[in-house]
Design a protein around this ligand. Structure first.
Ligand code: PHE
Length: 342
């Protein structure tokens, strides 16, 4: 029996040494130490031993079992470490391999033009405001001195939201004049309010049912048309260069008096007339005027004490001129081949 036990020990330790992974180790454990294992089989024969031999063999069997268990544990640890090392090797990332280039987006030409305009006005002390695109007719029209029945309120031009025509998609950013005056209350007021506006227009090279405007409003004591001109000429020169030429034309808006439209001399033909300016030599850029006394009153500002000017710039037009884009639709189609050029 002694030899059998010694044999088991030697074979077991060799086998454990040779095992390649934890599955093999587990199979060996069952084969050697399990209920039907080799060691158990030997121990079952202990009954046939003499009283003197039995404790000696028992002691030896325990030693063999302890040796096998110890070896088993040690191999487990070794194989686990080996497995981990192999896994790390297999999953290693070579950080020196060049990556796949990520194609980065960039600013839309219209946002570029808007950011430039914002910079210019912030430099002149304006604050930037934003307001709702779903607006009250009260703000979009009535308080802007555009009473019910005025042709500008026609259902064929405006997207009304409610049946009673009291809520609409704003047709202009001018309601932000009212919101600014109501919010700030005490002049001086200098705000710039960019945003989307909506009109029932068919899409063509110069029209879209959704477009963008930038509203400007200045209210203070002693503001005159000269301030309006100085501000807008500064804008045009900053955007289009020192040699850009502007023209102020009389016009009518219900909420400004007097009112004007401002044109820039065509960047292509310098006034001679060409296809870009439709032969006129000038390109319309914005509407403006001195804030109507009634509008000031509607907002609780005394027109005897304060005066001001307002303007509304078509942002798409501004960007088209700035980047020499010929068709409005290009701005909204968002074809990357077009956008990548800016
Ligand atoms: N809201 C006018 C328009 O959409 C532009 C404008 C703004 C005119 C402010 C005068 C003053 O045409």
């Amino acid at each position: 029996m002694k030899e059998m036990l010694e044999q088991i020990r030697v074979r077991a330790l060799d086998a454990l040494d040779a095992a390649q992974d934890s599955n093999e180790l587990e199979a060996l454990r069952v084969q050697l130490l399990g209920k039907k294992g080799e060691l158990t089989a030997v121990l079952k024969q202990m009954g046939g031993l003499s009283a003197e031999e039995r404790p000696v063999m028992g002691q030896l069997a325990n030693n063999v079992r302890a040796d096998i268990e110890k070896k088993l544990e040690a191999r487990k640890v070794e194989l686990k470490a080996k497995a981990l090392e192999e896994k790390l090797k297999a999953e290693a990332i070579d950080i020196t391999i060049p990556g796949d280039p990520v194609s980065l987006g960039h600013k839309h030409p219209m946002n570029k033009a808007l950011d430039e305009a914002k910079e210019i006005f912030i430099g002149m002390g304006f604050q930037i405001l934003e307001g709702p695109e779903v607006e009250l007719a009260e703000y979009n029209f009535t308080k802007l001195n555009t009473e019910e029945g005025h042709p500008a309120r026609d259902r064929s031009d405006t997207f009304y939201i409610t049946d009673d025509d009291s809520v609409l998609l704003r047709t202009q950013t001018s309601p932000m004049q009212i919101r600014a005056m109501e919010a700030i209350k005490n002049p001086p007021i200098r705000v710039l309010a960019p945003g989307r506006v909506y009109r029932k227009d068919e899409v063509d090279a110069t029209h879209s049912p959704m477009f963008h405007q930038i509203e400007g409003l200045v209210i203070d004591k002693g503001i005159t048309m000269a301030d309006l001109k100085g501000t807008l000429v500064t804008l045009v020169k900053s955007l289009y260069g020192e040699d850009a030429v502007t023209r102020f034309r009389p016009h009518h808006f219900p909420f400004t008096e007097p009112s004007c439209e401002v044109d820039v001399q065509c960047f292509k033909c310098h006034g001679a007339g060409c296809p870009t300016c439709k032969g006129e030599g000038w390109i319309e850029l914005l509407g403006a005027g001195m804030v109507h006394p009634k509008v000031l009153e509607n907002c609780g500002i005394d027109p005897e004490v304060y005066s001001g000017f307002a303007f509304g710039i078509g942002l798409e037009r501004m960007a088209m001129r700035r980047f020499r884009i010929s068709d409005l639709r290009l701005i909204f189609e968002n074809d990357v081949r077009f956008l990548e050029q800016f």
